[in-house]
Design a protein around this ligand. Structure first.
Ligand SMILES: [Zn+2]
Length: 137
């Protein structure tokens, strides 16, 4: 059965919750990562709110982009949830570009790549069941 892009997104959320759970909160109930696809008040494809800034983990994704794009924003924001914030280094940033770089430091990048590679592996195995998917990548 061929899944729609929305169904793939929803299955990826389930898969992420199982494979890459959040463990930063001391209270387990606050480790749940809630996903909101909505009109964002800021100019962005998505953003994450997490422990340090918020009581709960939340990923907000723009409803103005297609589902397959939302899925990649989801993987990006998921890495933000899993990496502890280095609040001191972010406080020192004077410019937005500096802040953006601090949020996407080596720790975040390694986490993102780990999630992304696992996703590709999982997606490949999943894609084998679909006849039209290329099998040699
Ligand atoms: Zn980011």
């Amino acid at each position: 059965m061929k899944l729609t892009a929305k169904q793939k997104f929803e299955r990826t959320v389930d898969w992420l919750r199982k494979e890459f759970p959040s463990i930063l909160h001391s209270r387990p109930e606050n480790n749940v990562i809630e996903i909101y696809v909505e009109a964002l008040a800021i100019e962005a494809y998505g953003y994450a709110r997490k422990h340090g800034y918020a009581e709960r983990n939340e990923i907000h994704i723009s409803n103005k982009i297609p589902w397959d794009f939302r899925l990649h924003v989801l993987l990006h924001e998921w890495a933000h949830i899993l990496i502890p914030l280095d609040i001191d280094s972010i406080k020192e940033c004077k410019w937005d570009s500096e802040r953006r770089a601090a949020f996407h430091d080596d720790k975040w990048a390694l986490c993102h790549v780990k999630i992304y590679r696992a996703y590709l592996k999982w997606q490949f195995g999943f894609g084998k069941k679909e006849k039209n998917e290329p099998q040699n990548h």
